[in-house]
Design a protein around this ligand. Sequence first.
Ligand SMILES: [Zn+2]
Length: 326
Amino acid sequence: MGRTGNTEYVKNRQNLTRSANSYHILDIEIDSNINACSNNICDVSHKEIPLYKYTDIPDFLQGNPYVIHGYRVMLPFSLCLKSIFVWSNESINIWSHLLGFLIFLLLMVYDNLIILPRTGSSFSDYFVVSLGLLCYQVCMLCSVGFHMFCCHSERASRRWLAVDLTGISLGVIGCYLPAVHYAFYCLSVWRDVYFFIITILTVSTIVIQLHRKFFSHGWFRYRILIYVFLAGYGVLPTIHWVYLNGGPQAEIVQLFIPKVMTIYCAGVLALVFYLSKFPERFLPGSFDYIGSSHQWWHIIVVAAFIYWHFAGQEILLYRQSHQCHI
Ligand SMILES: [Zn+2]
């Protein structure tokens, strides 16, 4: 579980990092600014990476006072990598999305080699299914990167948070792509209109991140609202699609709508965990390593993406076995 760290040197290292003005892409070079060896951390094995209590960590790592133990602090880049094999309060966050990445990579290979050839899919089916799964994979890796490197420095934490949030945008577009493709299979004009709108919305969420206040505490609510809007926007094309298909009684609507409702319920459930900090809020310190709200958020997101992928496959099979009537 790692030895308990020295509080004083953590504060010193925080000051050291804050005084550095140079800034590099992904902040990997900042590694050289941290004089890890002077703190005897460069030669510890990964099994001895020190872990800290919430009260001893720098401000930028604070955010959930109900997770009390198991924080990695100011690790050099190489030890951030090694720390994935250390049992910390980030272990499940890292491994849940690392496994998620592997699952979506395998699904992409399996679908391209087995499922899509078997169903006689078109080039656009291959393209959309692969792109959707690729979005999920990038989303997973961005999240893994954030949880691995956020402890490196304040600037690295902020930069990787940007990467993580960009990954969420890509994850949402990964849900939209196959859904719009199959739902509007027979209505190619509307399909292209919604593809265009969703692309604009996704790019806009990424551009908004360039605002200097975007990652500030004061913008927390705006950040949440932006992503809720991006995901919630899907209700509009869904209502339009139900109308175009003849209303709630149509066979395809009855097949598809319960799946849309399930994915939105999963999204709301994940968000409730994320915002409420349940269950650790009621038993602070009891879910530091297993069962904290952020871990539930991660697991629900992976499960929701997997569910949505197979839901899309069902609609694909339906579309391929039914003629377009509209
Ligand atoms: Zn996360």
